[in-house]
Design a protein around this ligand. Structure first.
Ligand SMILES: NC(=O)c1ccc[n+]([C@@H]2O[C@H](COP(=O)([O-])OP(=O)(O)OC[C@H]3O[C@@H](n4cnc5c(N)ncnc54)[C@H](OP(=O)(O)O)[C@@H]3O)[C@@H](O)[C@H]2O)c1
Length: 281
């Protein structure tokens, strides 16, 4: 078994934490890297890059959101491969680079995929659907607590995925070289509209949770009000536009292909998550 730690960039995030837990369970060493990790790493402070790369040969890369951050991640992967990284598993986005689905919103993510593919390191790219944990561990949690999901998704659906499934797939991709050179698309078992999401959350929490369909520009304003910078608020609006335009209403079979089991359903995830108290008043 390797004693070289696997580098987890974004290791305290929703997926990085789960990859770390999977590696822990298997007794495989890893090193978390982020601004608040012991290995201090900042996408926007290049003096932190070389010390982070040193002594590792495999990395899980959860990139930042937004064009500037994605470009930084592309620069980082080139430097990392030059400095000895041999293998990388990239968390990308749903539909990036797929024919007919290549919206401008994905340009930065597609450039990053190309940077990873051209880096010289062995690579696997995983393209997940939207994370169910957006409603429990990210900004949409506050919408659930407030009883109103306020986003610009229109009547479009998304095949929400449990990030535990994402973490399991990522771990397999990190440890199994059979996935080298593959792009793996993963999603939950069925698309749900935001109204259906709100219904599932209502059933799980026992509290009424509605859906307010914002106009995209109003969504940007609300995101800025929540503390996002303009560029990132527009990037989030553009991501929601993919759902709004009914371009995410499909299921991808990567979880079953990699893990040999079905992905978790959003309603089941919501029921179990409610029991943790994360949505309690
Ligand atoms: N949410 C979704 O539905 C979804 C779906 C598909 C793909 N994605 C992609 O998933 C990625 C995010 O992954 P995630 O959800 O696992 O992460 P996350 O929960 O958003 O956590 C972000 C992580 O990055 C670290 N971080 C933030 N700013 C940083 C900086 N300037 N330098 C270094 N580290 C920084 C944070 O830790 P510190 O605070 O310690 O720095 C944290 O560990 C994005 O690229 C997104 O596009 C998301």
């Amino acid at each position: 078994m390797t004693t070289t730690p696997i580098l987890i960039l974004g290791g305290k995030g929703k997926t990085g934490r789960r990859v770390a837990a999977q590696l822990d369970a298997r007794g495989i060493p890893y090193r978390l890297a982020s601004r608040s990790s012991e290995q201090r790493f900042d996408w926007y402070d290049e003096s932190t890059w070389s010390p982070t790369i040193a002594g590792t040969d495999t990395a899980y890369l959860a990139p930042p959101v937004g064009p500037t951050g994605l470009a930084q991640a592309g620069r980082f992967i080139k430097q990392a491969a030059d400095e000895g990284l041999r293998r990388v598993v990239l968390l990308s986005g749903r539909g990036v680079g797929s024919p007919g689905r290549d919206f401008a919103v994905y340009d930065g993510q597609l450039d990053l995929e190309h940077a990873v593919q051209a880096s010289g390191a062995d690579w696997t790219i995983v393209q997940p659907a939207w994370f169910a944990q957006g409603f429990s561990e990210d900004f949409l949690r506050y919408h659930v607590l407030g009883g109103e999901i306020r986003v610009s998704a229109g009547t479009g659906g998304e095949a929400w995925i449990d990030t535990n499934d994402v973490g399991d797939v990522m771990t397999e991709a990190l440890l199994n070289e059979a996935y080298t050179g593959q792009i793996i698309a993963i999603s939950g078992p069925r698309p749900l509209t935001m109204t259906e999401v709100a219904e599932a959350l209502t059933a799980a929490t026992g509290r009424p949770i509605g859906y307010v369909d914002l106009q995209p520009e109003d969504h940007v304003k609300e995101l800025i009000g929540d503390g996002l910078v303009q560029e990132d608020a527009e990037a989030v609006r553009d991501l929601f536009a993919v759902i709004r335009n009914h371009r995410s209403e499909y299921v991808s079979d990567g979880v079953e292909r990699v893990l040999g089991r079905q992905p978790r359903d959003f309603a089941d995830w919501a029921q179990e998550t409610a029991t943790t108290g994360i949505w309690a008043d």
